[in-house]
Design a protein around this ligand. Sequence first.
Ligand code: NAD
Length: 694
Amino acid sequence: MDGTLRNFLKESALELGAARGALGDGHWRYGVDDDGIGWLVLNCEGSSANTISDPVLRELDAHLQTVEADTPRALVVRSAKPSGFAMGADIDTLADMDAAAAEQLLTEAHRIIDRLEGLSCPTIAVVHGAALGAGFELALACDYRIAIDGASFGLPEVRLGLHPGLGGTVRLPELIEPTSAMQMMLTGSTAHTAKARALGIADLTIEERHLHAAIQGVLDGKVEKGSRGLMARAFALSSARALAAARMRQTAQSKAPQDHYPAPHALIANWEKHGDDPEAMRKAEIASFAELLQSQTSRNLIRAFFLRRKLKQSATRDHGITDVHVIGAGVMGAEIAIWIAMQGKRVTVSDPDDDALGAMIRQATKICDGAHKTALETRDTLDRLMPDPQGHGIARADLVIEAGPEKPELKASILADIGKRMKTGAILASNTSSLRLADFIENVPAKTRFAGLHFFNPVSKVPLVEVVSQEKTGKETRERLLAFCTAIDRLPVAVTDAPGFLVNRALMPYLLEALLLIDEGIPKERIDKAALNFGMPMGPVTLADQVGLDICLDVAESLAKSLKTPIAAIPSLLRDKVEAGNLGRKSGRGFYSWENGTPQPDSNATIDETMTDRLILPMLNACAECVRTQVVGSADEADAAMIFATGFAPFRGGPLHYGRTRGHQIVHQRLQELEKAHGPRFKPDPYWRDDLQA
Ligand code: NAD
């Protein structure tokens, strides 16, 4: 953190304006400095990040009354939290609120934000870190926005099945080019510092140490406010909006069909109808936000938000891990090492292949760029990421992650070798995806500190990590690993050492069923379309190609060998592809050809419900079995794991929640019908018989 910012945060939290009678010991503090500038500083109580809740707004209202009386030369609004400006609305209050209560709450919130906008003095939002959702909407009500390097702005409400509700749909299209504003709101994308400046969201981007000069510049009239130009004026015409709205609707429908995701469509409709009338747009925003809040989609997406938070909270202790050693710099090892180094840990990496270590360093720069790291942050990451061909780091590491090839004998010898070289108290974790930890236990000296850390590919995009306990893994080891995953910004779920753990156990029947359908002569595009229509992010055939057909075959064989429950027979066409070297995306060809980019599903394909059930219900059934046999602690954890590892249609709230919504009895009956028609792999798990559940 910039030293000047650190000083500011300290001062604002402790001393800002104290000598001048700063007001407020709640979420906000207000004071006027010696230059006659008012400072309104948000520091939400009892939380490391600011959220815009009803109490926060009410307090703001009271402070605005003081500001109106004080008439400072300017009002600066900023955050005292190192974590950033503000993360958005308080979701806890919104969840379960009925439409009338939501409308009332929003109308009052609008009144307060309008009051900020209506102040007679210039208002300046100074944003460091993220200004998201209602946080960004607060900044939008100010006359100027100064972005401190690294700041980002976004309205991600669509991810909760909503659109902005605190004036964002009115103010952002007024501030920047309207179709760019709509694009941001429809996709929930974030504009990082440079982009925010280019779009006209930020009037200035500066380093923290130049803040006072920047504020002075605003007061001296040296900061020009951007102008939206011709395009914006063109959209005052309803015919121009209608044309643009038709295009937006088409894109939204292909990415987020209205039946599944109504919010983008509601936003487009509001803008098309009221884009030239701020007052009408404001009313429409409040009404449709309140209505969307009642939708199943929003309820389920908010559920997914809460599940994410619950996984994060599963870490209850210190992990004590600062040094990590990763064995293997292949597809997984390299990404795991880079990710952990990006999160501030020192990581050494060994691999007999020097080229793999070199490639890892090049990949690190790319991943840092993709994550919008500054040049300094990238340099720091690279400093922490150390190729270590001899494995000297093993002796110093608090955690060693084994990500060598998925070959049992080789893994056994690697694990035995590392076990001897590790320091006392250190944890050894394997990233194996298809082998049982139990099979290696004899090779490991410290059995209570041996576990699995199953990351998913690509590590930087898939947040879930399965923390796998074998029979002898100690509670302390499991808890330290859960805490470590949270500390490196991944979502941990505790599972046991069952075949395929949870995620691959549930995913594999889905992938195999898709291949059996191909065997039956159904076009792969139609199969993928069925899954996409259900709401999966990718069709199963495309996914199998993406994961790698050799990996799919390994996992399927391992499951077939060790599972007690029957799974689909491994289709011969999978073996044939692997033998021919057609491994999917990585070899350029699998079921699809990948030479010309990602294959596209057939949008005209006809889907029947039975095909969808054949794909989806085995996944539900496997999750049910994992909950019943305690591979995973609860149905909620299983749902969260499937959403955050596989992207299982989040608007359905997770596989078991979907089963609940559809009705356990109906799922049971449907599986029985499929069992009759297609064989024992569809045998319903006893979980679906509510009368058998404890
Ligand atoms: P990979 O073949 O890409 O990488 C393995 C690396 O290990 C190679 O760079 C190889 O040179 C190196 N290696 C070989 N012998 C070694 C030794 N004695 N010591 C240290 N390194 C050695 O494999 P991968 O896809 O990265 O998989 C690694 C592990 O992660 C496997 O256990 C796999 O099941 C698991 N996994 C893979 C995926 C995936 O999608 N690829 C996903 C989750 C988990």
